[in-house]
Ligand binder design. Structure first.
Ligand code: SAM
Length: 301
């Protein structure tokens, strides 16, 4: 399961399967009594993957995913609102980095003539297209998939797909950064900065020092182990943990990087965001709540 420099994956493998985990949690939210958003596509992706032989997460992971359900729903809602606000401010070009099974191009109310570019690994986007085509789903706006690894020359692929760097862009990086090495994260932001006209915006789920704090990670592992035992999966020493796919390295804080490069930055901690959406009371985040920060940047100079 260890990551390598040029690894690639299909939707049911390695980092690809994390996109399925997110789709699965969105499908659960969609089915809940009071969902924060509507995503009818999430279940289509899960069902299509199961048809391909993907096994739903083991019981202990189900517990984990349920425990962070409020987090995952709040995160989706925050990025939905980010794009809607960008559109309300006239931005009609969006780039979703590591889009996975994000269905925003199909389900959000985009302003006229918006083009949504999605970057992800070729096999992930192929699975997505195949599934949506099978269900005759049509995007709610102009849609341009850009199948490429984010460690390759994606700026060139994006331009080749029609991206216009002279126009303001709304960028999103949701559920991406731990899967890039620290140097890859820096390069990603340098490239975004170069491609961003004045007025561009960016929404980032940031995994900084708080997230990679060894004590926090140890308590997270302990909790997973507890779920395993409660689920009767005591022999699960070798069971997959998404942490195995992360590059656990010291990283530049996204807020600092953006501010240092002239972006105006606002940020909200995950627990406060969940409070905003009624998914946990302020100051009461439990140890299942990832210690991430939701960062919004506006390029003003
Ligand atoms: N942003 C999506 C969402 O929230 O639904 C997907 C999040 S999923 C946790 C991580 C995604 O990052 C996967 O779809 C994976 O393929 C993509 N990804 C990670 N590293 C990547 C890379 N180097 N190049 C392209 N895609 C990558």
């Amino acid at each position: 399961m260890a990551r390598t420099e040029k690894d690639s994956w299909d939707i049911t493998e390695s980092v690809g399967a994390t996109a399925l985990g997110v789709a699965w949690s969105r499908a659960l939210e969609q089915d809940s009594d009071c969902p924060l958003f509507t995503d009818p596509y999430a279940k289509m992706f899960v069902d299509a993957a199961v048809e391909r032989g993907w096994q739903l997460p083991p019981k202990y992971m189900v517990e984990r995913i349920k425990a962070i359900g409020g987090y995952a729903a709040s995160r989706t809602k925050w990025f939905d609102e980010f794009f809607v606000a960008a559109g309300a401010n006239g931005i009609d070009q969006a780039v979703i980095l590591a889009a996975g099974l994000d269905a925003r191009a199909w389900r959000l109310p985009w302003i006229d003539d918006t083009v949504v570019y999605e970057i992800d690994q070729p096999m992930v986007l192929a699975f997505k297209a195949e599934t949506l085509n099978k269900h005759e789903a049509t995007p709610a706006t102009r849609y341009a998939p850009v199948p490429i690894d984010l460690r390759d020359d994606w700026p060139r692929a994006l331009r080749d797909a029609g991206f216009d760097a002279s126009e303001p862009t709304a960028w999103a990086a949701e559920g991406l950064l731990p899967y890039l090495p620290a140097s890859g994260q820096d390069l990603l932001f340098e490239r975004i900065h170069e491609l961003s006209a004045l007025g561009s915006r960016i929404g980032v789920e940031s995994f900084g020092a708080g997230f990679f704090d060894p004590e926090y990670l140890a308590s997270r592992r302990e909790k997973l182990q507890q779920y395993r035992q409660e689920a009767g999966e005591e022999d699960a020493e070798n069971v997959f943990d998404v942490e195995d796919l992360w590059f656990n390295e010291e990283r530049t804080e996204v807020t600092d990087w953006l501010a240092d490069h002239g972006w105006e930055v606002t940020a909200i901690a995950a627990a406060d965001l969940m409070d905003r959406y009624g998914r946990c009371a302020a100051g009461e985040a439990d140890d299942a709540t990832p210690r991430t920060i939701f960062v919004e940047g506006h390029k003003t100079r």
